[in-house]
Ligand binder design. Structure first.
Ligand code: PEP
Ligand code: MN
Length: 343
């Protein structure tokens, strides 16, 4: 439930209410709004004594949170959240663009990508060092060597690094080198991993599982928020349907639907969402028109030679052209295609 404090509530009132909430065995999360402070009391709500919260000092009203996800819900926080991580800003009218190869392959490859995507206006560099692959015989990523290459690319260009973490055991290692921890679609419901990134100081990009409902998606985000990490972006990357013309089916209605229910920013991945380079620009533009807060796009110096996902990767010229077209759509919907934020 949400405890809405009066405008006149003092810090002492807030502290007393936090103690009262915790005394009932619930977790207290304080959200400082522009207007007033609210305390989200999260946990098993059927505990006795909850009604006593209403008469606490400085309390205006106590409201239930109807959504199954509590901390992620707009009921709790009506204002949209902005996620910032190094040079990347997503939300609040700024569309953050994360671009780079599916996998980090060599230092030359990742540096060339970083320079090119930065020149075209991306605000972060993506690249997988730990790759979750369908086949155990496919390239699994360069692991720590790949993370070092990403960090070197950040040193040169200033671009924030977005990279995947596939195991709770690797969260500290990946956090050391990156700015945003990507939770891949295959791991959306790996609850121990979600709890582990919930404890990391890094921002998180949570990708939707290809068969997950939106409630399951938002409840997965709730695990991360519940762990204490509020810097979470959602990512629609396509779902599994009967359709086989595209690798996945990219449902853009997710964007406004999710924005009605959560304050968390939503990013779209048109590369995995379509599986075809030739479809990425159109779907990026459509995503921006639908209100997406960010894009994550695969870009490779030579897509024909890519070690993973070359068929959906853009070359540098294609990405440059995509960004030019996207900028015009962003302007038309009163948004800005984010440049790098100075750190
Ligand atoms: C990726 O971003 O390269 C990736 C593996 O994405 P997803 O988890 O959405 O399949
Ligand atoms: Mn990929």
């Amino acid at each position: 439930m949400i405890i809405v404090m009066k405008r006149s509530a003092s810090q002492e009132d807030i502290d007393t209410m936090i103690a009262n909430v915790e005394g009932l065995g619930l977790k207290a999360n304080v959200i400082q709004g522009t207007e007033r402070t609210v305390i989200a009391a999260v946990g098993e709500e059927r505990v006795a004594g909850i009604s006593s919260l209403e008469s606490g000092p400085g309390v205006d009203e106590v409201l239930p949170i109807l959504a199954p996800y509590k901390l992620a819900s707009r009921e709790l926080k009506p204002e949209s959240s902005t996620v910032t991580a190094g040079s990347l800003s997503v939300g609040n009218g700024t569309i953050g663009v994360m671009a780079g190869p599916c996998s980090v392959e060599t230092s030359e490859q990742i540096l060339a990508c970083a320079r090119a995507v930065k020149a075209s206006g991306a605000s972060a560099l993506r690249g997988g060092a730990f790759k979750p692959r369908t086949s155990p015989y496919s390239f699994q990523g360069l692991k720590e060597d790949g993370l070092k290459m990403l960090a070197a690319a950040r040193d040169e260009t200033g671009l924030a690094i977005v990279t995947e973490v596939v195991s709770p055991d690797d969260v500290d290692l990946v956090s050391e080198y990156s700015d945003v921890l990507q939770i891949g679609a295959r791991n959306m419901q790996n609850y121990r991993l979600l709890e582990a990134v919930g404890k990391s100081p890094r921002a998180v990009l949570l990708k939707r599982g290809p068969s997950a409902t939106i409630d399951e998606f938002l409840l997965a985000a709730e695990y991360i928020l519940d762990g204490g990490n509020l810097n979470v972006m959602l990512c629609e990357r396509g779902v599994r349907t009967f359709e086989s013309h595209t690798r996945f089916t990219l449902p853009l209605a997710t964007v406004p639907y999710v924005q009605q229910r959560t304050h968390l920013p939503i990013v779209v991945d048109p590369s995995h969402g379509t599986g075809h380079t030739s479809l990425v620009t159109a779907m990026s533009k459509a995503a921006i028109a639908a209100g997406a807060d960010g894009l994550i796009v695969e870009v490779h110096p030579n897509p024909d030679k890519a070690m993973s996902d070359g068929y959906q990767s853009m070359n540098f010229a294609q990405f440059e052209q995509m960004m030019t077209e996207c900028r015009r759509i962003a302007e038309a919907v009163d948004r800005e295609l984010g440049a790098m934020v100075a750190v």
